[in-house]
Design a protein around this ligand. Sequence first.
Ligand code: HXC
Length: 515
Amino acid sequence: MGLKQKTADLKKRMREAIKGGGTKAIEKQKSIGKKTARERIISILDPKSFYEYDLFVEHAGKDFDMDKKYLPGDGVVTGTGTINGYPVCIYAQDFTVAGGSLGWMHAKKITKIMDHAMKLKVPLIGINDSGGARIQEGVNALAGYGEIFFRNTMASGVIPQISVILGPCAGGAVYSPALTDFVFVVDKVSKMFITGPEVIKTVLGEEISMEELGGARVHSETSGNAHFFAESEEACFDQIKQLMSFIPWNNEKKAEPFPKKAPKTRQYNIESIIPSDPRLPYDVREVIRAICDDSEFLEIQELFAPNIVIGFARVAGQSVGCIANQPMCMAGVLDVDSSDKAARFVRYCDSFNIPMLTLVDLPGYLPGIDQEHAGVIRHGAKLLYAYSEATVPKITVILRKAYGGGYIAMCSHHLRADFVFAWPTAEIAVMGPEGAANIIFRNEIKNAENPEEMRKHKIKEYKTKFANPYVAAAYGYIDAVIEPHDTRQFVMHALEISSVKSETRPAKKHGVPPF
Ligand code: HXC
């Protein structure tokens, strides 16, 4: 065969390979709002930037007549490309080929592209649409997952790892995403579970639909396994592109700077966001938008533990990780889920050289039997650990309440914040005035002629003494008490001055965080 014939032969082979599971399976995929594996990759990457590898890999299954089956590309598409000009390694499981199930060669294709990502130190994006371990391949399928999980763990904190769940993902297909940094889900399309409804029915006799068990909403609102929720695959891909603009390629780089733009939200009128009555709630995201460039804020885990807000923004063009108590939800209290959510994000920012801006307004950790029994001690400690361990620039602004453990946990100087600013409305105390007065003046209130009058008097006395930022400022725990409208300026300066910060912690193999 000459070059012409060989080229024609190559084209024929390629046509066969990219057919995936065939017309019928592709039609089924499309009928439920799903794109094919290659369409998904092309939609995420910059136009014409995708290069595919290992197209001709074949599966290695021998049992149960598998040796007679042709599974194009062994059910997974892998390659490299760019997003906003950023290099990325990418793979997408093809549900039309044996349900995207993971056999040994399928796993080898994934681990090969993971190894590339680590060697090149570029982000890895995995699009998961898979029935889990390929049952016919037995222990080889499990071995494949083990190899992926190990690599996910080694890559953690070195390169960004993004998982996109675009189908019914079961078993091993959900543990790899769980080990990665960000999990994206799409309403009605994404399903994640370890064991599906069938197994649950057989083993426990309980009946539940796939959507109720592990749909996109469940994982975004209840389990907290998902970080970004979208209504459609297209909206999900836009979210991925936006996220990529905030994070660096790897842990040795910083995120790309953007031109500095003043915030637009409410013409940066911070005073109009905060109610004059300290007991009234407000949306802390408005404060974030008022401080950050062009009011830009990409919220993460928006639907889970909304009593704390986390996400990326830019200040003077630089990426910043924002962590803020949300007074609009449970008064911004810290509980099991919000501690977990914030602690993980703090670790992410620290791993990838992203400075942190913490906004504080909380009455402390949530009291209650439920919380104590759910392990609020252990989960709450995660936040203390994460902030203490973090060495990136850490800027804290206390807006209103900073009570008790909440004051310490929300990146106080004691956990090595670089700068702590407080508004004149800040109240820094062991607990709220009402609770404190009831405890320390219990006898005086009980023995008073008019206990109610005495209680009011003592609350006022306590408020005058402690419900302000000046006691903490007198001890140097606050660097500056600032007017709210100066916040952006103070934060910009603090970030600029700490941009070359270099801080170390004691050398060790690793710590033992309260996982
Ligand atoms: C082999 C599989 C498969 C699997 C699906 N298929 N899952 N083949 N191994 N794990 C095949 C089906 O046989 C079918 O082939 C095709 O993929 C499409 O599957 P359907 O069932 O028709 O699709 P759907 O109705 O949409 O249901 C999708 C599903 C269901 C919910 C994912 O297929 C399912 O429950 N699969 C098993 C899930 C599971 O229990 N996995 C756990 C594996 S254990 P044909 O030829 O008919 O088109 C595991 C352990 C790892 O992963 C542990 C790590 C810690």
